[in-house]
Design a protein around this ligand. Structure first.
Ligand SMILES: [Zn+2]
Length: 294
């Protein structure tokens, strides 16, 4: 059975994957600044512990992967430019290895074992430190020409000069407002209090700051998703990531922004659902990625 690896930059989740079921799930923390060799060695060590005789390994990574398996660049992990993670792991383990972006892997898992059974065309939206996406059209995950398919966090929703800065180096991206840093900034501005360190704590606060955060998150998502759905006319949006648990809090704000900006009324009424696979989608999807080396 294949082993799925979900490397998020600061931790590695790994399991033997049997369909949608995990066996021997394990997780270790990694130092984002340790460099490629240390991360690759840690992944290889986990694989050997789980099953030294596994026949294939799939890895989900926090960035985009070129057709030939090389990383473009990992925005939050230095040193991975042009590193071919598949080749490096194949050299260490001697088995076929598949590698792709974490949101694309999660979308593949959802396509196979989650809402993909009800919806042929959907966008999986990951809500966390950043905003990621995976596009499934007519039953097929679309990774795009260079692996950037579904990179929705950097759809521009504010082109004014004082738009909020984004981690990508530009301004006014959906992620600048709907990602963790933007939501915490909003909480601090709305309450005059220091923001907590995580959005989860904002959700638990249940005060006026929480409502201001949900309004900004919903408005940013609805504005960006209107442009995306005007192009794709999807069957549904599937939300995942830690903040997705709070969907009832910000869903009305997404709908309001979507209705104000959709080209035609039906484009604003698509269902919003949360992932059926939760935090394991990345590991499950990784194990099902196509492998590059025999
Ligand atoms: Zn950006």
């Amino acid at each position: 059975m294949p082993i799925g690896i979900d490397w998020g930059g600061t931790s590695i989740k790994a399991a033997i994957v049997d369909g949608a079921n995990l066996r021997g799930f394990t997780r270790v923390d990694t130092d984002a600044k340790a460099g490629p060799a240390a991360v690759l060695d840690a992944i290889a060590a986990l694989v050997r512990v789980l099953d030294p005789r596994t026949d294939a390994v799939g890895v989900a990574i926090p960035g985009e992967v070129r057709d030939d398996g090389r990383c473009w660049k990992l925005p939050n992990v230095p040193g991975f430019e042009d590193v071919n993670i598949g080749d490096e792991l194949h050299a260490r383990l001697g088995v076929p290895v598949g590698v792709d972006n974490d949101a694309i892997a999660a979308a593949l898992a959802e396509r196979l074992y989650g809402h993909g059974n009800s919806y042929k065309s959907f966008l999986l939206v990951t809500l966390g430190t950043g905003i990621g996406g995976g596009v499934v059209l007519d039953g097929n995950v679309r990774r795009g020409h260079g692996g950037f398919g579904g990179e929705i966090g950097h759809v521009m929703i504010d082109s004014t000069d004082d738009a909020w800065p984004c981690g990508c180096g530009r301004r006014g991206c959906m992620e600048a407002y709907a990602g963790q840093a933007g939501l915490l900034r909003r909480y601090a501005e709305a309450t005059g209090k220091p923001a907590p360190s995580r959005v989860k704590e904002v959700a638990q606060a249940g005060d006026a700051g929480t409502e201001a955060v949900w309004k900004q998150l919903g408005h940013a998502l609805g504005t960006g998703l209107a442009s995306i759905n005007n192009v794709l006319d999807l069957d549904a949006i599937v939300f995942t990531g830690g903040v997705a648990h709070s969907l009832p809090g910000f869903e009305p704000h997404i709908r309001e922004a979507l209705r104000a900006r959709a080209f035609a009324p039906p484009l604003a009424e698509l269902p919003f659902v949360t992932s059926k696979l939760g935090e394991h989608a990345g590991v499950i999807g990784a194990a099902h990625l196509p492998v590059a080396k025999g």
